[in-house]
Design a protein around this ligand. Structure first.
Ligand code: 0O2
Length: 247
């Protein structure tokens, strides 16, 4: 009877079936486990395993791009005696953020939908002191042989209505696994320190509910974004004056 029930179940899943059955029958000794239930659990387990594998690929891709940026930072610091970026952060989008983003796009949570429809599962944020360093780093990165620029959103030249500024790149790079080469997408956001300061505060406004005077705060943020941009431009002028005085 037992072997008949599980006849068409692949051999490698037998261990799981035995485990589920032994556990469930201990709690509910008289309850039969429907085969469909076991099959659902198996397919869920397989989906979880594929999800974890996909996240591992994104982590590898993220490390590759992060290393590329750190190498550029090292070399440019050596050559120019100043570092083009101040800090770098990387993160893999959490499962709940992935779920929310897919839901916003009207898509189910699946490994297929994640890899086909999301560009920012692996994300890197590079914080620079100066705007011109952002474009210099961007050029150095996208001209590398194994990097393909899939998409670019220049919110520095074309800020969002709320005042948000950053340069966003969607890159595709290969990762080399034991038996295959896989192309993965990574989002890189470049900002100045001042833009990052602004975005962090604005992010709080976006995600905090029931803030009194939120419209007035939005207007203040928009105005501050403009001040920050003027300040960013001025810092470049001051830096150039300081460098000029060295000549
Ligand atoms: P998190 O938690 O920061 O990762 P697309 O990815 O092209 O389908 P999306 O997501 O609108 O569409 O792309 P976009 O415009 O490139 O923005 C992606 C990310 O930029 C956001 O990620 C934020 O990190 C940041 N961002 C964009 N607009 C704003 C803004 O107005 N204010 C702030 N503070 N950050 C912004 P997520 O997905 O929102 O989440």
């Amino acid at each position: 009877m037992e072997s008949e029930k599980n006849q068409s179940v692949p051999l490698q899943d037998q261990v799981l079936i035995n485990y589920i059955e032994s556990h469930m029958t201990m709690e509910h000794p008289n309850q039969e486990i429907p085969e469909a239930g076991v099959r659902n659990l198996i397919s869920l387990r397989d989906e979880v395993a594929s999800f974890e594998r996909l996240m591992m690929y994104y982590e590898c891709a993220m490390s590759e791009v992060r290393t590329k940026l750190e190498v550029l930072n090292k070399e440019l610091t050596h050559v120019n005696k100043r570092n083009p970026f101040e800090s770098i952060k990387s993160r893999i989008k959490s499962p709940s953020s992935i779920y929310d983003k897919l839901a916003r796009k009207g898509l189910d949570f699946s490994v297929e939908n994640i890899s086909s429809h999301l560009n920012d599962v692996a994300g890197i944020r590079v914080i620079c002191s100066f705007i011109d360093d952002i474009y210099m780093l961007r050029d150095c990165l996208v001209q590398q042989d194994d990097v393909t620029l899939l998409e670019e959103k220049d919110y520095i030249k074309n800020p969002k209505d709320n005042g948000y500024r950053s340069l966003h790149l969607i890159l595709e790079i290969p990762i080399f696994l034991t038996n295959e080469k896989r192309f993965m997408r990574v989002e890189v956001q470049f900002r100045t320190i001042a833009m990052d300061f602004w975005a962090s505060l604005e992010h709080q406004l976006k995600y905090k509910k029931n803030i009194p005077n939120s419209e007035a705060i939005s207007e203040e943020l928009e105005y501050s974004a403009e001040l920050i941009h003027q300040l960013d431009k001025r810092m470049i002028q001051i830096r150039d004056k300081i460098n000029g005085s060295d000549l």
